[in-house]
Write a protein of this length. Structure first.
Length: 275
């Protein structure tokens, strides 16, 4: 059963909208458990039903590290709060990555979710290559924010980041990540580097802002306000500005805590099966 469902929703004339919902929490937690084990590429094959559920291989240290990533750490409330935000951010990044993976072609290559909370740089990146030629035909830059204040996050963090990309002020980081993904298509380093030049061309570029929202942001009017200002990224089409939302019922942090608990349960089950 599909873990996540994506529905196209209306935002406005400048933004394409996506609404994500959890279809099967058990399947979702299994996939995140595999990603947390450092096996995102294997998880990608599970999503398209090329592999059976579960990790590709097992190791005690991997399980200990993955469980540790799901737990809140810190000696005081401030440290625990930061730890929770990092943990929930990773979980949401996994959800964003999975939704992209579900609709990707076999010539689409995605940057894996961050395993380490200290990893900086792009939240996410996907590169789509021509079916037969070493040519980039699509680039998507992702910004994923798990937050109780989605409008503030979009306005104050996502848009400044997207604007820097739009002005190619982060071009070196973008090109370096793109080359790594392009090489997954069997293209040698020099060809991959040349192919990566297209990631700087706006006609091939899409931006996707993903945010957690409550039921109070479930109407067209509310979504339009949430993504207000997206059209500041000029000279691109509506379908190149994507506004995605994950609707959370109830308290955001409680929901992600339950998801983390489910991931730990799946990790324990996988480890027990390997004994």
């Amino acid at each position: 059963m599909t873990a996540l469902v994506t529905k196209v929703v209306e935002v406005d004339d400048d933004v394409s909208g996506l609404l994500w919902s959890v279809n099967d929490l058990n399947e979702l937690s299994k996939l995140i458990a595999v990603i947390a084990l450092g096996q995102a590429q294997h998880a990608a094959r599970i999503i398209v039903e090329l592999e059976l559920q579960g990790p590709a291989f097992s190791n005690g240290e991997l399980y200990a590290g993955a469980r540790g990533q799901m737990r809140i750490k810190g000696e005081n409330e401030k440290q625990r709060e930061v730890s929770r935000y990092h943990r929930d951010g990773f979980l949401f990044e996994c959800i964003s990555w999975m939704t992209a993976r579900q609709t990707a072609t076999d010539r689409t290559f995605l940057k894996d979710p961050h395993i380490s909370s200290t990893t900086q740089g792009l939240d996410g990146l996907s590169i789509t290559l021509h079916p037969d030629e070493p040519v980039v035909v699509g680039v998507t830059i992702f910004e994923d924010k798990c937050t109780e204040n989605p409008r503030d996050k979009f306005r104050d963090e996502i848009m400044p980041t997207f604007t820097e990309h739009h002005e190619n002020k982060r071009s070196r980081d973008l090109v370096a990540n793109a080359v790594s993904l392009i090489r997954e298509g069997g293209i040698n380093g020099t060809e991959a580097t040349r192919a990566a030049a297209r990631v700087l061309d706006k006609q091939y570029r899409t931006y996707q802002a993903a945010l957690t929202v409550g039921s109070n942001i479930a109407t067209v009017k509310k979504r339009k306000n949430l993504f207000k200002g997206y059209n500041d990224l000029m000279h691109i089409a509506r379908n190149q500005r994507i506004g995605a939302t994950l609707l959370i019922d109830g308290d955001l942090r409680d929901w992600f805590q339950e998801l983390a608990n489910q991931v730990i349960t799946r990790l324990n089950e996988f480890e027990a099966e390997d004994v």
